[in-house]
Design a protein around this ligand. Structure first.
Ligand code: ARG
Length: 468
């Protein structure tokens, strides 16, 4: 792939070779080769359009499009030799095209610049990444729905401050994550809708004097419309920032869930058993079953947050329009996308394999006076007591139970009546965790009936999606 003289596309103006250090700091081919597919799609659309408006003969356009197709195959087959001297994916592809088809290759860059080219490629790449993540999030939601359905009646402790708060169900807890991951999906979709404008034809920054058809290239690449301002089109990366913001939020959700799995799978909690496939043993402690996958999902969130911070920092001081700083947009974003992809896959695997432990969950649900609120509510309803007074009475009963070392359910009626004489034996009805959970029938509450209604709602929504 040797090129003569100064070895660059701008050889006409330059007489000397770049310093080796410049080549090293400047080259992006090491990572932007991941844009090869998008780059070729963009170039083919551009060539087609140039021919359609008469800026390229049909013959030259054919040669270019076929040559690019062949390059795509070479890259897919691992036969393409990427050259650092050729700096980036755009010039690597174009140089190879010249080798393959000769003169017409030089006509491809008419009415275009690498600035609109890279902005186009990168938008296409992020769009593809969003589509992959969307399908992965859907898969995760599906296994969470399965877990929720199987455990719709399974009582477990609900926490605030990681202190026993009120009993909830396993199904309800799983469904909380369904809501989170569904919002993540919708955030990615929102970002996709806004990014779907074509920069192609903005050229270097000012547009072009050639009579190009930007609607045509936009449509050919699946964009909704051409970007309306050429300066903006080549110089903003807000679409990448939106992607990274959505990715960071999703990584936060994954990390919180992973943290729960780490805690829940410990010998002290025993709420859940993770499968062999997603845990490791210890080389020294035979009893160990380490939740490595969950820990890594938790830990890898940092990389995604870092990517967002990196790109925000790269962009914040740049004058319009393009600056080479912007080449630093790709590595963090690629890494964030790869990271999220593996984290979603691992989480989906863990969730579909994991087995909640109903006995441990139930035992823990009743610990820590978890039905104290139910007792207070009963005093309000049965004795028409103001809630604040009821709260006070139950506080005294909890103290009494604590002194005796029992849960509220095990407190004798006489002990309760010593605090509030109007309490009757009916109170025991509300002190069981099942009764407590079943009573939370307000919309979105933890009652199994509510949880099942939510599961059904989500299943229908997913099914509709599959049909459309
Ligand atoms: N490799 C470059 C990047 O990623 C392509 C655009 C180069 N544009 C330029 N004016 N040097 O940003």
């Amino acid at each position: 792939m040797a090129q003569s003289d100064s070895n660059k596309m701008w050889g006409g103006r330059f007489t000397a070779q770049p310093d080796q250090l410049l080549e090293t700091i400047n080259a992006s081919i090491g990572f932007d080769q991941r844009l090869a597919d998008q780059d070729i799609r963009g170039s083919q659309a551009h060539a087609n359009m140039l021919a359609a408006v008469g800026l390229l003969t049909a013959e030259d356009a054919r040669a270019i499009i076929d040559g690019l197709e062949r390059i795509k195959e070479e890259i897919a087959a691992g036969e393409f030799v990427f050259s650092t001297a050729l700096e980036d994916i755009h010039m690597n592809v174009e140089a190879r095209l010249k080798e393959l088809i000769g003169e017409p290759a030089g006509r491809l860059h008419t009415a275009r610049s690498r600035n609109d080219q890279v902005a186009t490629d990168f938008r296409l790449w992020v769009r593809d990444a969003i589509d992959t993540l969307d399908a992965q999030l859907q898969a995760l939601i599906t296994v969470l729905l399965d877990q929720a359905e199987a455990g719709a009646d399974m009582v477990m402790p609900g926490f605030t401050h990681l202190q026993s708060a009120q009993p909830v169900t396993w199904g309800h807890h799983m469904m909380a994550y369904v809501e989170m991951f569904a919002r993540d999906r919708s955030r990615f979709r929102d970002a996709r809708a806004r990014l779907n404008e074509s920069p192609l034809g903005a050229a270097a920054l000012a547009g072009t004097s050639f009579t190009i058809d930007r609607d045509r290239t936009a449509a050919a690449l699946g964009f909704d419309r051409p970007a309306a301002n050429s300066l903006d089109a080549v110089s903003d990366r807000d679409f990448a920032l939106e992607f990274l913001s959505a990715a960071a939020i999703c990584a936060t959700h994954l990390s919180r869930f992973a943290e729960e799995l780490v805690v829940w799978s410990s010998a002290q909690f025993r709420f859940v058993k993770l499968s062999d496939a997603f845990t490791t043993g210890s080389s020294i402690m035979p009893q160990k079953r380490n939740p490595d996958a969950a820990e890594l999902v938790r830990g890898k969130s940092g990389r995604v947050f870092g990517a967002l911070t990196t790109l925000l920092t790269v962009m914040k001081g740049l004058p319009l329009t393009y600056s080479k700083d912007m080449q630093e947009d790709k590595e963090p974003l690629f890494d964030a996308a790869d990271t999220l992809e593996i984290c979603l896959a691992a989480t989906t695997g863990m969730v579909s394999d994991m087995a909640p432990n109903p006995e441990a969950l139930r035992a823990a649900a009743g610990v820590g006076f978890a039905t104290a609120t139910d007792l207070a509510d009963w005093l309000v309803c049965a004795l028409n007591m103001p809630f604040r007074d009821a709260h006070h009475v139950v506080g005294s009963l909890v103290r009494e139970a604590e002194m005796r070392g029992v849960e509220l359910e095990a407190l004798p009626l006489e002990a309760m009546q010593a605090v509030e004489p109007r309490i009757t034996a009916e109170v025991f009805e509300v002190l069981s965790v099942d009764k407590s959970v079943a009573s939370r029938t307000s919309y979105g509450g933890t009652a199994p009936s509510q949880v099942r209604a939510q599961i059904a709602r989500w299943r229908t929504a997913l099914q509709r999606e599959g049909e459309s």
